[in-house]
Design a protein around this ligand. Sequence first.
Ligand SMILES: N[C@@H](CCC(=O)N[C@@H](CS)C(=O)NCC(=O)O)C(=O)O
Length: 312
Amino acid sequence: MNTEKKPISHLSSALANIRLTQQQQPTNTGNGLSNPLTSPQAVDRVAQYRENLPTEGISLFSHRSAPNGFKIAVILSELNIKYKTFYLDFAKNEQRSPYYAEINPNARVPTIIDHDNNDHAVWESGAIVIYLCQRSGIDSPLWSDDFIEQSSINSWLFYQASGHAPMIGQALHFRYFHTQVIPSAIERYTHEVRRVYAVIEMRLAENREAMNAERATSTMGNTPIDCSMSSMQSDNGKDQLIGDSDRDYFDTPVWLFGGRITVADLSFVTWNHVVDRIGISLENEFPEVYRWTKHMLERPRVSRALAGLESD
Ligand SMILES: N[C@@H](CCC(=O)N[C@@H](CS)C(=O)NCC(=O)O)C(=O)O
């Protein structure tokens, strides 16, 4: 039997191959801006790009193994916005290029430049997601035209950006990149990631119950005999009746808010994709989160974005 662990995506395999020099280099100051570029060509690449910007669509500054960057690619793809990705090279400290710092003072990815809007730049992934929704128009199916509903979507967006991604990031850091092995730090952040997923699991399970209660109420009394029922042998040899509604109890997708997929759900997908790297099995530990992630990964525009393909 082949016991080699198969990566769940090119994202997780890229992450598995990352070395300290490529990702989290220790820096002297908070945002690392005092750490100069290690290569003059790096300045040129970002500067050159900014001198010859595309005239339409969006430029996305990302990195080939950055879940926060792919998060924006997924949203751009789902909103069907034309975009071009510029992959920064962290090994050359391109994220600390002064040309990049002008559009992202935090020197991280992602950042976007909107060429259809006077080359307006937006940084911080949560802010970018909201900007893209508003840019697409309030009737986007992934967003809402109602400001109360928008606030509920935003709660999940902020939860993802402030609670979910950073905790996984810290767990990865202490597991793979920290200069010393500190078991208590690994344990603390891995535990926190589990807590974050437990909140989501609970929400999805509640939504599934509500969906099924609603279905039961709406069909009650309408069909005295369910024609979709089929016979199946149980362990004790007796026939059992299994209805389609039972069979698809778990197959029907449930979403965080509003009974439909929104950017709130999609903002989690890239990090869910790499969480196995910190020893968490969504399939075994958080079955609703696992099914939810699977439904998102099956969307053609999500898989295209994760494969680095930019438009239909
Ligand atoms: N809060 C930021 C986090 C951005 C972030 O940490 N990005 C990572 C990649 S996923 C990065 O740019 N790392 C480069 C570095 O640490 O120098 C966001 O959501 O945009």
